[in-house]
Design a protein around this ligand. Sequence first.
Ligand code: SF4
Length: 244
Amino acid sequence: MDNKAKIKEIFSSIQGEGLYIGCKQIFIRFCACNLQCCYCDTDYYPTNINDKNTYFEFTPEELAEYIKNNFDIKSTHSISLTGGEPLIWVDFLKEFMPMIDIKYYLETNATIDDNAKIILPYTDIIAGDVKLPSCSGIENAFDLHDKFFSVVSSTLGKNKIPFSINNNNFFAKVVFDDNILEEEIINTINLAKKYNFEIILQPRMIENKPAINSDIMMQTFEKFVKDYKYVRLIPQVHKFIDVE
Ligand code: SF4
């Protein structure tokens, strides 16, 4: 059977979140996700699985050819594997990733450690989520995040913080709103200390505006940095400048 992946879209743009904000990337948005966050605004499902016009299907060879023929790899910082949840397509990725000589930036919900293990040798940067139940509606993800970052840190080695753009790196993106709980702050900081990663606090957005009172946003930020200084508050920049 062909090793094909379902892909919603492929485009070049700037990274709008996290530590590599502003870098030029080729985004490959994979279909499907293993979670259902209540704030998800990503269109990652084919509108109609029988309608091939609503998604693409590629073998690893076909995708590598498509990327090489349609994008300027030399001027591109990295390929962002995003979704949906790209780790669902691990069999595809382990064949595809070595086919293009470029850095790979994995955007993941950080819940599928077994699959991560398989493609970490080809992965340069990991932007992993920490899902707060109060904002995402996802309960009990912390145990999965713990396993995920354990695998990442034991494979990529001790992370270097503060962040340097030349290093292999992994960090965690934490989407939050007014409902964030003290317990969630403590759990997130403990995870970051355990695996030595930076925390990117990202206010939940609704229609391109932070869905959080700015006083509470700053109070939350202060609570984090009081106990752990490697924390940055960064909104989704691409939404302000109206790019994909
Ligand atoms: S993990 Fe990401 S893509 Fe999946 S439902 Fe949550 S926000 Fe959406």
